[in-house]
Design a protein around this ligand. Structure first.
Ligand code: NAI
Length: 344
């Protein structure tokens, strides 16, 4: 079986080669992202393997179908870059629902600690033998309140980590998890209560029409002064202009972003020799209380192994049995199922 692998990075290959050989899948690695211009490269392949910033819109899906591609294997959990309604009934779509919630949750805490204890500043100073402590005062996490939006796999691991630090948790989820609210240190509340009472807010919900720009000017207005905003989920959950305004007005005390709405042409690439055209991102990065990492939260050896193994077993399992538990969109299904959400 032959699979065209788009948006290849050096760290992808070792684990995909290992599991590809083990399960008899031949990957052809393309550095380019999948989009309407590059979809033709998939000619002659049984499927494509794509990541978060590949474009899988209606036009691309039609082109993939035209060249005989039967499946799209997402090597990620989120699928907001796929036009699922269009895919339904046309092509199979698999994903890796969880590769390491620990990787993302731990990176979120790493960003938070780096930011509030000014580790990023201290690191640079001490390399220059500047051992002054002025301007490095942080605050204790113990006793603080963290608002966690999205209490799925990653959100719940992050809550466990925060509880280990002695923090109180206010949680919000459209579909609250059974048994998480203990009426004391972890409580489900409405969004407005979360905004009003959280010292730190961390986003762990998917990007949907409903959650798009959920952190906007209005939401920031409702927050406590000095709130720390953490986003390791999807960039467009945050209105970056509003965040920048909140930082400038000192309403937002700090922001840690592993994702950014306009990241697709920038993140994962070395742009150090280029002039950054995105003024909002440039201004955010210039702020002393903003930390940006480039969609790195998932990047652990453990997660890369899980991603490759699950992607390969999704494909092989599907061809063996005609079914895959990680299929998002069933090619043979009907549009009504898709509209009602039954297909994913
Ligand atoms: P999950 O599916 O286990 O949990 C998502 C939670 O969000 C669910 O409990 C769901 O009920 C909730 N939710 C759905 N709609 C909501 C809404 N309107 N308001 C509030 N909550 C809502 O997903 P998981 O594995 O925890 O991942 C969360 C997000 O993390 C993913 O959607 C993805 O965007 C992001 N992610 C980021 C990575 C990175 O490297 N930065 C890596 C992997 C995932």
């Amino acid at each position: 079986m032959k699979v065209a692998f788009f948006d290849t990075k050096s760290y992808d290959k070792p684990s995909f080669e290992k599991y590809g050989k083990e399960y008899g899948i031949e990957f052809k690695y393309f550095e380019t992202k999948l989009n309407a211009d590059t979809a033709e490269l998939a000619h002659g392949f049984d499927g494509v393997c794509v990541f978060v910033n590949d474009t899988v819109d209606a036009e691309v899906i039609d082109k993939l179908c035209e060249v005989g591609v039967q499946f799209i294997a997402l090597r990620c959990a989120g699928f907001n870059n796929v036009d699922m309604k269009h895919a339904f009934g046309r092509i199979h779509v698999f994903r890796v629902p969880a590769y390491s919630p620990y990787a993302v949750a731990e990176h979120t805490m790493a960003l938070l600690l780096t930011s509030i204890r000014r580790i990023h500043k201290a690191y640079i100073r001490s390399r220059d033998f500047n051992f002054s402590l002025s301007g490095l005062t942080g605050f204790d996490l113990h006793g603080k309140t963290v608002g966690v939006i999205g209490t799925g796999k990653i959100g719940r691991v992050f809550i466990d980590i925060c509880r280990g630090f002695g923090m109180r948790v206010l949680a919000y989820d459209k579909y609250p998890a059974q048994g998480l609210d203990n009426g004391d240190t972890v409580r489900y509340v409405e969004l407005d209560e979360l905004f009003a009472n959280s010292d730190i807010i961390s986003l762990h919900c998917p990007l949907t029409e409903e959650t798009h720009h959920m952190i906007n000017a209005e939401a920031i207005e409702k927050c406590k002064k000095g709130v720390v905003i953490l986003n390791t989920s999807r960039g467009a959950l945050v209105d970056a202009e509003a965040l920048l305004a909140g930082i400038k007005s000192r309403k937002v005390g700090a922001a840690c972003l592993d994702v950014y709405e306009e990241e697709s042409d920038l993140f994962f690439e070395d742009n150090s020799g280029h002039i950054l055209e995105d003024d909002t991102l440039a201004r955010l990065i210039s702020m002393p209380n903003v930390i940006v990492t480039s969609h790195q939260a998932f990047l652990t050896e453990d997660a890369l192994e899980n991603i490759a193994e699950t992607t390969v077993t999704n494909i092989v399992g599907f061809y063996k049995s005609g079914e895959c538990p990680n299929e998002l969109c069933y090619r043979g299904g009907n549009a009504e199922d898709c509209k009602s959400g039954k297909c994913f």
